[in-house]
Design a protein around this ligand. Structure first.
Ligand SMILES: O=C(O)CCC(=O)C(=O)O
Ligand SMILES: [Fe+2]
Length: 340
């Protein structure tokens, strides 16, 4: 049995360079008629997740109008004056609240060139913008969070079947009615590079990392590219592939928590968001990931018991310490929470 020490962190520290570019096929999976086609879909998801760990789903059930509305609300929120957002600061040790260039990835050692607002429903006390500052924000994004949860649980039910767990195994451990619930909807704003300084182009919009969670669903907008993946967690190859945003598709990736839970069968894949080149679209970029993270009290251990059991809470706290060290130093010790 492998000890609980997080080798994932070791990998992250060695993958900050530019690397090279190669084309790879990112599998696209049709989720239509899910109930009737579940076992076929489960096979397709399993192949994609064991071979590359990144895939895109369509006919996924979240209406495009709702995705567009979520992006409009995010745009309006980030346009608020800085002091209005600063009243909703990211709470140390949680994925709740607003941060500005605070996430330092172990791979790069520099802050991501972005701001973000995280919604983890049980931890939002005093963290929602007012109705006056951001009309309908709370109501609509709570609804959108649930739509993403439904999609995430559909996909996770397929992995549960393939791993030999009960179909509802992961759904019960991502329970929105529990105070230990820790799925997170994150709104991200990568600032415009239109008048940026030459040294800003040397930074990363999001430095190379793997996600900490079980499964990430990522909404992007057509024309706002930059996401790249390097499959296989093979730090040495450094061969990156662009994942272009396509309307109607939700980009998905496996995170470290599910990799561990599947005894390393499902692959958590390195990814990053690069800066645009001077001849590309230089405007702002928005993205909205939803992170499916098991409840804090869930115990992570795969069917083959390759790793010692660890609670989802402790697992995420380890990752948090490595990513938000500066924020924690400024604030109080981490609340028992999560981080991405
Ligand atoms: O913005 C993106 O396209 C990816 C964001 C991401 O990887 C993350 O927040 O973990
Ligand atoms: Fe990510």
């Amino acid at each position: 049995m492998v000890p609980t020490g997080l080798s994932e962190l070791e990998t992250e520290r060695h993958i900050g360079g530019m690397g090279t570019n190669i084309a790879r096929q990112i599998p696209r999976i049709d989720l239509s008629s899910f109930e009737e086609r579940k076992y076929q879909i489960a096979d397709e998801l399993w192949s994609a997740a064991t071979e590359i760990g990144f895939f895109q789903v369509y006919n996924h059930g979240i209406p495009q109008n709702d995705i567009d509305r979520a992006f409009s609300l995010a745009t309006a929120f980030f346009a608020l004056p800085k002091d209005a957002k600063a009243r909703l600061p990211l709470k140390p040790g949680t994925n709740a609240g607003w941060e500005f260039q605070e996430q330092v990835r172990p791979s790069t050692g520099t802050p991501d060139h972005k701001e973000s607002f995280q919604i983890t429903l049980p931890r939002m006390t005093a963290l929602w913008p007012t109705q006056q500052d951001a009309p309908d924000f709370r109501e609509f994004l709570s609804h959108f969070e649930h739509q993403n949860w439904l999609l995430g649980m559909k996909i996770l039910s397929c992995f549960a079947i393939k791993l030999g767990f009960d179909e509802k195994f992961f759904t019960e451990l991502h329970d929105p009615s529990s105070p230990d619930y820790q799925c997170t909807l994150r709104l991200i704003h990568y600032m415009s590079m239109e008048n940026a300084l030459p040294e800003d182009f040397k930074r990363w919009r999001a430095g190379a990392h793997s996600d900490f969670d079980c499964l990430t669903l990522l909404h992007q907008r057509t024309g706002e590219g930059g996401l790249q993946v390097c499959p296989g967690k093979d730090a040495k190859s450094g061969a990156w592939t662009d994942v272009e945003p396509v309307s109607g598709y939700v980009t998905c990736n496996i995170g470290d928590m599910l990799m561990r839970w599947s005894d390393d069968k499902l692959l958590s894949t390195l990814h990053r968001v690069r800066m645009p080149q001077p001849d590309e679209y230089l405007g702002e970029r928005l993205s909205i990931p939803f992170f499916c993270q098991a409840n804090r009290d869930a115990i992570i251990q795969g069917p083959e018991k390759k790793y010692a059991p660890i609670s989802a809470q402790n697992y995420l706290l380890e990752r948090l310490k490595a990513n938000f060290a500066a924020t924690e130093a400024k604030g109080s010790p981490p609340e028992t929470g999560a981080a991405l």
